[in-house]
Design a protein around this ligand. Structure first.
Ligand code: NOJ
Length: 756
């Protein structure tokens, strides 16, 4: 058959049109049909008929909290061969998998990554994840998760960047660029997926999949920005979210998908539903039956149906009966083909099992032991050290993680650690003779990974105990006691106690919301027992969410928040405990004192009776403090920084202008350290009430003891834009305050005007 669309010289729109013009309705619907775990034997007939557009490989791993069998390049190639060589049009499948925070090299959970306030490292992590995933035959990952989350009960807070739209947008851009690079055809690049569009993090009560109430302005000003940033960064795909907003499930929302995302934001890739969400329109009470669910999803703009199978079953009939406009199907298929062309799948549909990347033809079987080169060259990656070794049967992953990948994981893990308390500079540890190590995480391996790590390997992980032993001088006695009662017995004789506590990854992530954010059962009791002797108590908390730590804040000597830090987490924690690294992570989300304060977030709108005014009966609790235990942006280091001399390049900014805001920072402590300086702004009066503070910039600055440096932020008028009373987006004239400081509650202050 003549296949003119295979000519790579033709412009992309022409190639798409040529192919689309040749396709039958069944073949078009096939492109919109994604199944789970395709194999060349079970789905061969469907593949031959061009009836499948994509497969994902994740269903063996229940909601991301179980390992599965992994993907095999040979298996994927066998599937692809049927689609490419035996179907009438030879359209390749796009293979997807949840590679959420690393593939074999497991990086910190995304919330931990956000705590690093380090877009460069986040981008590099995505780049490495893409490289490893592409080598395993994948083309597409369902990352980054861009849901703003203001409720730590929601288990999926672990998968996102926290509560702030600005930080979320910067990291969204970094991640999309990291996965996709400049050109999806380039070796080691895969398509990213901005998810879950939109409002999923606002689930009522923090219960996963729950309904949401989000006002139109909050939707645009808080929940939309990271998605808008991802679209600007060229994200190839977007996943619609499970939730409904004020009665309309996103999967069926024409307004949110077709009008806002594809229309206003100009997104030209394709939208995939979430798992089974097309069928769930029936459970939502938004569609009476499967055919109506299909109609509403297609009309809304869901281009690909993830695994419900309903497009496959009903869409062609709906089009033939005139109930769905054929032009909508063409639009969806055009979008899907666009991404397949951009990935270069028509030229190189297969993956080299020997690590040569995407290739045009399946190579003849290699002899074992020859040429295993899982990661292609280029200076952004190093070649694995084990090129002569052959992976065990059924595994396409290399024997070990390349050192350069480990180094990036270590750097990001180190920067993700947030020191919340450090009484009398108990950390870094200074020459203890006897250390008691306790807590469930002391010997944890895969538990350090966190939720959604389908491809991490236990054998790659060092435990905290091992890392500590390796780093401590031989004369220091390290005793690990996991039983709390035994630990209490030994605690009496120690010079320092390190308690590695927190929550198991199964307690966060998808479908793992909690009704309380207290420490899981039993741990507080054990800590109280350890506190009894007055021995310095250093607590390292591993968790997928902010936990409420009021007792620790009062009684522990030090608290280091480690999230789930990934494959290099133990080394990173030990580096900080021993002072080889100074902690520099900052909270990407407010830490409540107790569950009842939720939702509590720094960028709330003002009330008429603010707590700060001291008004009796203001919007306060009468049974406890109103403030968070630790605010957004907070984190200590081993040194201190003084902020001074706030300077603005001008006291006024035009509505289309910009100003520069600077401050001087001085390392006023005795050791070198890195500070994350943060710029906040408040719009004092506008046509609608504006948040009390909004993050508009941040910068890491490293200073030696006594050294001073300057941070400069460029603030554009467009950074001050918001959804105004009339629904338009823009800046309004008036007065503004600004702060440069170490967190959302402190800083040196200035102000400027935007004249009318
Ligand atoms: C459901 C989850 O909500 C989504 O984040 C994930 O990518 C898909 N399942 C595929 O595994």
């Amino acid at each position: 058959m003549n296949r003119p669309w295979l000519d790579p010289q033709l412009p992309e729109p022409e190639r798409i049109q040529l192919l689309l013009g040749t396709m039958t309705l069944r073949e078009k619907v096939g492109q919109m049909h994604q199944i789970a775990n395709v194999t060349s034997t079970s789905q061969d007939e469907e593949l031959r008929a061009g009836g499948i557009g994509s497969s994902l490989f994740a269903s063996g791993a229940w909601a991301g909290n179980q390992q599965d069998a992994g993907v095999r390049v040979e298996g994927l190639n066998a599937v692809q061969r049927i689609a490419v060589e035996e179907s009438p049009l030879g359209i390749p499948l796009i293979f997807a998998r949840d590679v959420i925070h690393g593939f074999r090299t497991v990086f910190p959970i995304p919330l931990g990554q956000a705590a690093a306030w380090d877009p460069e490292s986040v981008g590099r992590a995505a780049e490495i994840a893409a490289l490893e995933a592409a080598a395993a035959g994948l083309h597409w990952t369902f990352t980054p998760m861009l849901d703003i989350a203001r409720d730590p009960r929601w288990g999926r807070i672990a998968e996102g960047s926290g509560e702030d739209p600005h930080l979320g947008s910067i990291l969204a851009t970094a991640a999309v660029r990291g996965y996709q690079g400049d050109d999806l055809r380039d070796e080691g690049r895969i398509a990213a997926c901005a998810k879950h569009y939109i409002g999923y993090g606002a689930a009522e009560g923090g219960r996963d999949y729950n309904s949401t109430q989000i006002g139109p302005r909050t939707l645009r000003d808080v929940y939309l920005p990271p998605f808008a940033a991802a679209v600007r960064a060229g994200v190839a795909t977007v996943m619609a979210s499970f939730n409904e907003i004020d009665g309309i499930p996103v999967t069926g929302s024409h307004e949110l998908i077709r009008d806002l995302l594809k229309g206003e934001l100009g997104f030209d890739g394709f939208v995939v539903s979430d798992w089974g969400a097309v069928g769930e329109l029936i459970a939502h009470g938004f569609a009476a039956d499967a055919a109506e669910a299909v109609r509403k999803s297609v009309e809304a703009g869901i281009d690909m149906d993830m695994v419900s199978g309903l497009y496959d079953r009903h869409l062609a009939a709906e089009v033939e009966a005139g109930r769905v406009d054929a032009a909508l199907v063409d639009d969806a298929v055009r979008r899907i083909l666009r991404i397949k062309f951009r990935l270069g799948l028509f030229e190189r549909p297969y993956t080299d099992p020997g690590g040569g990347g995407r290739i045009g033809a399946i190579p003849a079987r290699r002899e074992p032991g020859i040429g295993t080169m899982p990661f292609p060259g280029r200076d952004r990656v190093s070649r694995p050290t084990n090129v002569q070794q052959t992976p065990p049967a059924g595994m396409t992953q290399p024997i070990s993680i390349p050192e350069s990948h480990r180094a990036r994981a270590r750097r990001l893990a180190t920067r993700s650690l947030v020191l919340l308390k450090n009484t009398d500079s108990v950390l870094p540890l200074r020459t203890p003779k006897r250390i008691l190590l306790t807590g469930a995480f002391a010997r944890a391996r895969t538990e350090l990974f966190g939720t959604w790590t389908l491809d991490g390997q236990e054998s790659d992980v060092t435990t905290i105990e091992e890392a500590l032993r390796a780093a401590l001088p031989a004369e220091v006695k390290l005793e690990t006691k996991l039983f709390p009662d035994e630990a209490v017995v030994y605690g009496r004789y120690a010079d320092a106690i390190i308690a590695c506590i927190g929550e198991h990854p199964i307690r966060s992530g998808e479908a793992n919301s909690t009704g309380t954010i207290d420490l899981p059962p039993g741990q507080l009791e054990a800590l109280k027992g350890l506190r009894a002797y007055g021995v310095p108590l250093i607590v390292v908390v591993f968790a997928g969410r902010p936990l409420a730590l009021p007792w620790l804040a009062d009684h522990a000597d030090a608290i280091l928040y480690a999230w789930h830090p990934g494959v290099e987490g133990a080394g990173a924690v030990v580096d900080v405990l021993l002072g080889n690294e100074s902690p520099s992570g900052r909270l990407p989300v407010s830490f409540p004192r107790r569950t009842g304060q939720i939702p509590i977030y720094y960028n709330h709108r003002p009330t008429g009776r603010p707590v700060e005014g001291g008004l009796r009966g203001g919007n306060r609790y009468c049974d406890g403090p109103d403030t968070p235990l630790y605010p957004f942006g907070f984190g200590l280091g081993y040194t201190t920084f003084e902020y001074s001399d706030l300077r603005l390049s001008s006291a006024s900014m035009r509505t289309d202008g910009e100003i520069e805001i600077r401050a001087t920072l001085r390392n006023s402590g005795a050791v070198a350290g890195e500070e994350v300086a943060q710029l906040y702004v408040r719009d004092l009066a506008a046509s609608v009430s504006r948040p009390v503070k909004e993050l508009k910039g941040f910068a890491r600055i490293a200073l030696a003891p006594g050294e001073s440096g300057e941070v400069t932020f460029r603030l554009l008028a467009t950074d001050l834009a918001f959804s105004r009373l009339d629904g338009s987006v823009g800046v309004e004239p008036g007065g503004f305050r600004c702060w440069i400081g170490p967190d959302a509650t402190r800083g040196i202050e200035g102000g400027f005007d935007v004249p009318g």
